[in-house]
Design a protein around this ligand. Sequence first.
Ligand SMILES: [Zn+2]
Length: 380
Amino acid sequence: MRPLPLFPVTTVGSWPRPPKVAEALRQFRRQRIDRGEFDRAADAAVIELLELQQNLGCDIVTDGELRRDNFYSFVADKLDGVRLMTLAEMLGVVEDKAGFERLLQTLDVPAYSISSPICTGRLQRRRALAADDLRFVRRHTDRPVKVTLPGPYLLTRAMFVSELTRAFYPTKEALAEDVVAVLRTELVELAAEGADFVQFDEPVLTEVVFAPGRTRTFMCSALAARRDPAEELDLAVSLINRVVEDVRDVRIGVHVCRGNWSRDETTLLSGGYQPLAAYLERLDVAQLVLEYATERAGDLMPFGGKELGLGVVNPRADAVESAAAIRMAVEDALRFYAPGQIFLNPDCGFGTFSSRPMSSWAIAAAKVGAMVAAARELRG
Ligand SMILES: [Zn+2]
C-alpha cells in the first residue's frame, strides 16, 4: 500500500460510461464485436478517466467500472454457471409473477434496462473478475488504485433464483460457499497485483433492515427469500469475514448505501446506521465507505475504530457541493474520527448502470474537484 495524504479523495467506483463505451458494451453483449474490439474502446476511455482523476487531484483512482454493465452483473462474463438476465427475462421464469411485477413497479427502472447475473450452473472462475483490469490501470497510472467488487452477500442474494439455481445449489447458503471462494481468490490476486484498496459493495444490507416484511424492494436482491433480519446480517458478516480472512497488504473496505438506481430520492431506502452498527463493527475490514451526503443516511457515528469513507457529494443531484460544505461535513466527522481515519468520497457511484448513469461525466468531475479543494483546505 502506498502512502496517502490526510483526507484522501477517492470515488465509490462507477463513472458514467462514455457513449462510445456503452455502445461497444451493447455490441459486445450481442456478439456483434469481439472482446478485442470492445477492449480497444474501453481501454481508451479508462486511460482518459485515469488522466482526468489525476488532473483533478484524486488521491486513489479507479477505472470507473467502465468495462462493466453494472457493479455486479459483470461477473456473468467472468464466471461459468452465471447467466445475465434482464428483469423482463426473469419475469418469464419466476413462479411468483405477481410479486415480481410489483417489485418492478417499485423500482422506477425499466425492466428491460437492468440485468442481473443469475446462477444457472456450478460456479467456476473462468476469468479474473478484476485482476486483469487492475494490471491495465497500473500500467497507466502511478496513483494508488481502488478496485471494487460486489460483496459476497449481495452476489449470493442477486444470483440465487430458486427456479433456476436449485438444481445446482439447493439453498443460497450453499451457493454462498462458492461465491466466497471466488471472491477470496480474486482478493488474494488483487493484493498480489498491488491494489491499494479493495472495496466490497454490499448495498443490500440496508434493504435487510429498512424494508423488513416488504418483499423484494431492492433491485439487486431480486428473489432470494429473506429470513429474520438478524440472521441475514449474521450471514452477511460471516461471508465477508471469510472472504477477507488473513489477507494483508491491501486496505479493505465495505460500501453500504440505500440504493443508487434512481435520481428520485423518494424511491430509495431511508434510515440511519444504528440498526446496522453492531454488524458493521464486526466486519474484519479497515474501512466503511458510507453515504452521508443524503439526509436519508441519518447521523454520523463511530464504528469501533474503523476508518470512514465519508460520503460528501450526492451522485444523483446535479448541484455541485461547495468545498466549504464538504469541509464542514468533515469537521463534523472529526467529532468521532481522527483526521487520519477519514477519506472523502461520493455517496455512491456516479454511473451505476451503463445504460442509466446517475450523473454526467462533467458533473462527476466537478464533484471530485470540489472534494479535492475541500481536502486541500483541510490539510492546510
Ligand atoms: Zn452505493
